[in-house]
Design a protein around this ligand. Structure first.
Ligand SMILES: [Zn+2]
Length: 371
């Protein structure tokens, strides 16, 4: 299970693994969430060791797990064990996968308000009546500030109208590679860059990969994992959400791992990727692509359910909140944690959406009261 890229020296791999393991343990949470989040991060670190084709660096993950002496960590412990087992027998001190983590849920009123705001936003976008702006649509124009190649266009099955920035037709989404989807999604991302050089891993076995974007010593890698969601959902996830993660990585200093991959940096990264999704949904509505609106809103609804303690986020309320309150704060201007032009680009595009899409205007008013 390796990635065919240029070889990475053992010294580089060891340095990366030590930095990644330390970052995995430095999570901004307490109690059960701290434990579960750290185990989750170490599972990602173990996956990175395999992506580097440096299984010997798993000794660094083993050492971190042994020293931490984790208690029950539920599904995250199971994933850590599954990833570790890809390189041989799992050491006996790894947390047991049979003991469930204590479930928690976010009760913060601002998180509940953000969940409700996102639900109302999606309900309004799905409703065709308030859409249909009377003003003329803007002339499509490049949005990549010259950093990307020609903006790939939208797949035709998502509707005939052009997006705000990509006027030409394109092949079906099911026929695009991962890199092709990321390139296509550039029209929906405010700080899109050229990611044609990213590596793409072979598909990892079910239940091993969660975070699918890594910055390793020799560059950025997208991780393939077995298809579970429908092809259109996966296409949007790659094109918009993962594409936004790559744009974020591109704006950060070149350290590997990047600050955005673990702990507090990950909170900002997920908030940014979600903010780009919220913006993309408004732009898709503006350009009349109802199918794309549905896909994006389905994804937003799934994330909005996370703070209630569902799915893989049952013991991760801080991380779950980053997917709902985080994007609204960024869209509201609390974007100092974003590097480079990410914040100004996001706010400029959101301002245009607010001026044209009633649902975006309504969400923006709620953001003003919330943030
Ligand atoms: Zn993400």
């Amino acid at each position: 299970m390796t990635l065919a890229t240029a070889p990475v020296s053992s010294r580089e791999s060891v340095r990366w693994a030590r930095a990644a393991a330390a970052a995995a343990l430095a999570v901004p949470a307490a109690g059960v969430e701290r434990r579960v989040w750290a185990v989750r991060g170490l599972a990602d670190t173990a996956l990175g060791c395999l992506l580097l084709d440096a299984p010997e660096t798993l000794a660094i993950v083993d050492e971190a797990v042994r020293d931490a002496a984790f208690g029950p960590a539920g599904a995250e412990a199971a994933r850590l064990r599954r990833v570790r087992s890809l390189a041989g027998p799992v050491p006996p001190f790894y947390p047991a996968d049979s003991a469930p983590a204590v479930r928690t849920r976010s009760t913060a009123p601002e998180v509940r308000a953000a969940v409700e705001a996102l639900r109302q936003y999606c309900a309004a976008l799905r409703d065709p009546r308030p859409r249909a702006p009377s003003a003329p649509r803007p002339t499509p124009r490049p949005n990549t500030r010259g950093r990307a190649g020609p903006a790939p266009p939208p797949p035709p099955q998502w509707g005939p109208a052009p997006p705000l920035a990509s006027p030409a037709p394109a092949p079906p989404c099911s026929g695009l590679s991962v890199r092709g989807l990321v390139a296509w999604g550039g029209g929906l991302r405010p700080s899109a860059c050229d990611h044609s050089a990213v590596g793409v891993s072979p598909a990892f076995p079910p239940g091993t990969a969660w975070r699918t974007w890594f910055r390793l010593p020799r560059g950025v890698v997208l991780v393939e994992r077995p298809a579970v969601a429908p092809v259109r959902s996966r296409a949007v996830w790659r094109a918009v959400h993962d594409g936004a993660h790559l744009d974020h990585l591109a704006a950060l200093p070149p350290a590997a791992p990047a600050h955005a991959e673990y702990g507090g940096g990950l909170l900002t990264a997920e908030a940014y990727a979600m903010a780009v999704e919220v913006l993309a949904a408004a732009e898709a509505a503006w350009s009349g692509r109802d199918g794309l609106v549905r896909e994006l809103c389905d994804g937003l609804a799934e994330r909005a359910a996370r703070p209630a303690g569902g799915g893989a986020f049952g013991a991760l309320p801080t991380l779950a909140a980053a997917y709902v309150l985080g994007p609204l704060r960024l869209l509201g201007g609390a974007d100092r944690a974003l590097p480079g032009r990410l914040g100004p680009d996001l706010r400029a595009r959101w301002g245009r959406a607010v001026a044209r899409v009633p649902a975006a205007a309504a969400l923006d008013r709620r953001i003003g009261a919330l943030c």
